[in-house]
Design a protein around this ligand. Structure first.
Ligand code: 6GU
Length: 231
């Protein structure tokens, strides 16, 4: 899978991409991640990527030309089934089912918005617009990283224990249960006895109940949508 981030701030994404599981996925050749500096696709000597909005008002707007020139360079339709994603708080909200859908795409191109926004014509280049939640970020880079992380871990061979991914919160129909590792007793905080029992049926039952209780306490909205799926 090919992942391309187009941004005026390439430094912002480098360290997360070169660490831990995402780095290993690249080293194994499972994902190929490229970062394109939007400034390299400007034509003026100041390499300016933003400008004042027509009609006035506060804030700067990302200019259309650098984005169009990047897309000319990487081939707008060169990969069948590719998706061009504009990251914006106005996009549709990202979730695990969207992650699964995008995980099956041959090539994803991320266009990162910044400042007050992007020139409306940049939307012509995108096949979809995504937001990662109802809050405002300074730019689309962190959102692109969130999506890249979540689709990369779904690629076969990235996470060694497939079962570990499938029991995650949102893969299983609610939140995940609590986990413990050694020591058994840390400063008086004890591991539930059942997990030390070796009784696999009892452990499974405890985990199911623990997960359900958490979901009820923390995410009533999820209980409702699970209920609606059953009804
Ligand atoms: Cl994709 N971009 C920005 N700037 N803010 C956001 C977002 C994206 N998703 C949530 N907030």
């Amino acid at each position: 899978m090919e992942l391309i981030i187009v941004t005026p701030f390439p430094d912002l994404v480098q360290s997360p991409l070169n660490t831990s599981i995402i780095k290993r996925a690249q080293d194994k050749g499972i994902v190929d991640i490229k970062v394109i500096d939007l400034r390299e696709y400007t034509t003026d000597k100041h390499r300016q990527v933003d400008d004042y909005p027509y009609g006035g008002g506060p804030g700067m707007i990302l200019k259309p030309e650098p984005f169009f020139r990047v897309m000319d360079a990487i081939g707008k339709d060169s990969v069948p089934g590719q998706e061009v994603i504009l990251l914006t708080p106005q996009g549709s909200r990202y979730d695990q089912s969207k992650a699964k859908e995008l995980a099956g795409t041959e090539r994803l191109i991320f266009l990162c918005g910044h400042y007050k926004g992007v020139d409306e014509r940049v939307r012509e280049l995108a096949t979809q617009e995504i937001s990662i939640g109802d809050y405002v970020l300074t730019g689309g880079e962190l959102a692109a990283l969130v999506i890249i992380d979540s689709v990369t871990r779904l690629q076969p061979g990235v996470i060694s224990d497939y079962d570990s991914a499938m029991s995650d919160s949102f893969e299983a129909p609610g939140l995940d249960c609590a986990y413990y590792t050694r020591p058994e007793d840390y400063r008086g905080l004890k591991v539930p006895q059942v997990l030390l029992s070796g009784n696999h049926a009892e452990i499974k039952k405890w985990r199911t109940e623990n997960a359900l209780r958490r979901t009820r306490e923390r995410r009533q909205d999820l209980i409702q949508s699970i209920q609606e799926q059953v009804d």
